[in-house]
Design a protein. Structure first.
Length: 372
């Protein structure tokens, strides 16, 4: 069994370490001899894609957070409105979709019942359906008009890790493809973003090489009863995913919040010693996002929080307000979730491991929820 796990103590830890390859393999073979992005495997009529006026992303669990990241990138690159909805909410509320709606489902297994039913409903309404899926020939891609496979390889651990990064990568490819097709992005811009994406696997590897930094923190927190996660912009879904990982495998109460909501409730939860992870946007990024999040760190710290910060390399401003900082390599803001998620996965995995829990098979959870 240890051989199957590549020498790691759990499939989850192996799969976290598979992530450079998961991203690289998902990017592989997407550019033609003319430096143009090709998503031929989707077998979708480009003319139909040009007519799309709205994108609806449907998914559950971790896959839904990949959808939330996708919204930031696709809207920014393609100027098409993107809604992200949990499949089970979409199904039961009489949603508005039509022939000009592209419904993108995201599912690692391709078998999640609620997502399948939501896709069927969307198809009945005449929407164009595209499945982003990690499992060849599974039900959701079979029933969709088109499919874009993620190439993370089989994911065994119940809590999703490498499939998540591969899903985010696939949505970036979709966004770039739509931007190319619809003329929102110039060839040079697409080339630059693809080049930045191409550097992501080695940057993930550099984070994995420093895993001990975050594992040591996790071991020191094995008696934590609640951990909060704050993020803004693309860091918001990353915060949600960080919290979900901790709930799923370490059975610790964890919640992710949009940092801007702090004053609307979450700050009331802060008392002496409350651990708070903060996913900090790049100081090189747009507007004043970075300084706003640095203020949020100061606000929770002033109320006694133990501030645990994920920041970009070179960000000097955060260190003085942080109990702990983990630096991830520089990358454009929209791509940052591919890096900032990784330390949070390592944190949850190590914490569950020191608690002696079954990291791969957490209680009450299933890898694929095929019932309603
Ligand atoms: C279950 C799994 C999660 C997964 C979710 C969606 O809850 O435990 O890891 O994110 O289902 O699964 P899917 O296969 O549709 O991505």
């Amino acid at each position: 069994a240890s051989a199957e796990k590549g020498g790691y103590p759990s499939f989850m830890e192996k799969e976290i370490n598979d992530q450079p390859a998961a991203v690289a393999d998902t990017l592989l073979g997407r550019v033609d001899a003319f430096s143009r992005l090709t998503l031929d495997e989707m077998r979708i009529d480009p003319e139909a894609l040009k007519k799309v006026t709205k994108i609806v992303v449907l998914a559950c669990g971790t896959s839904a957070y990949a959808g939330s990241v996708a919204k930031y990138a696709i809207e920014n690159w393609c100027r098409i409105p993107v809604e992200v909805e949990l499949s089970h909410e979409f199904r039961y509320r009489d949603p508005i979709v039509d022939a000009n709606t592209l419904v993108v489902s995201i599912s690692q297994s391709g078998e999640t019942m609620d997502t399948l039913m939501a896709v069927r409903y969307a198809k009945e309404q005449g929407a164009l359906t595209l499945s982003i899926c990690n499992t060849n020939g599974s039900t959701i891609p079979r029933e969709s008009d088109a499919v874009l496979y993620t190439h993370a390889g089989p994911e065994i651990a119940v809590a999703s890790t490498k499939a998540f990064l591969a899903q985010i990568t696939a949505t970036y490819l979709l966004g770039l493809y739509l931007g190319q097709l619809r003329g929102n992005l110039f060839t040079g811009q697409i080339k630059d973003i693809l080049a930045d994406l191409g550097k992501i696997p080695s940057k993930i590897q550099s984070i994995l090489d420093r895993a001990e930094e975050i594992k040591e923190l996790a071991r020191s927190m094995s008696d934590a009863s609640s951990v909060l996660f704050l993020g803004r912009h693309v860091g918001y879904p990353v915060a949600m995913e960080g919290a979900l990982k901790l709930k799923e495998i370490a059975y610790i109460h964890a919640e992710g919040f949009a940092a801007g909501e702090l004053k609307h409730g979450p700050i009331a939860l802060i008392d002496e010693g409350q651990p708070v992870f903060v996913v900090v946007p790049s100081p090189r990024g747009r507007d004043s996002l970075h300084s706003k999040v640095v203020s949020n760190i100061q606000e929770v710290r002033a109320r006694g929080a133990k501030t645990l910060v994920i920041a970009e390399a070179g960000d000097q401003a955060v260190a003085e307000f942080a109990e702990f900082v983990f630096y991830v390599p520089e990358t454009p803001t929209l791509l940052m979730p591919l890096l900032s998620t990784v330390p949070l996965q390592l944190f949850a995995c190590e914490l569950a491991t020191v608690k002696g829990l079954d990291v791969d098979q957490p209680r009450n959870l299933a890898k694929s929820v095929t019932v309603e």
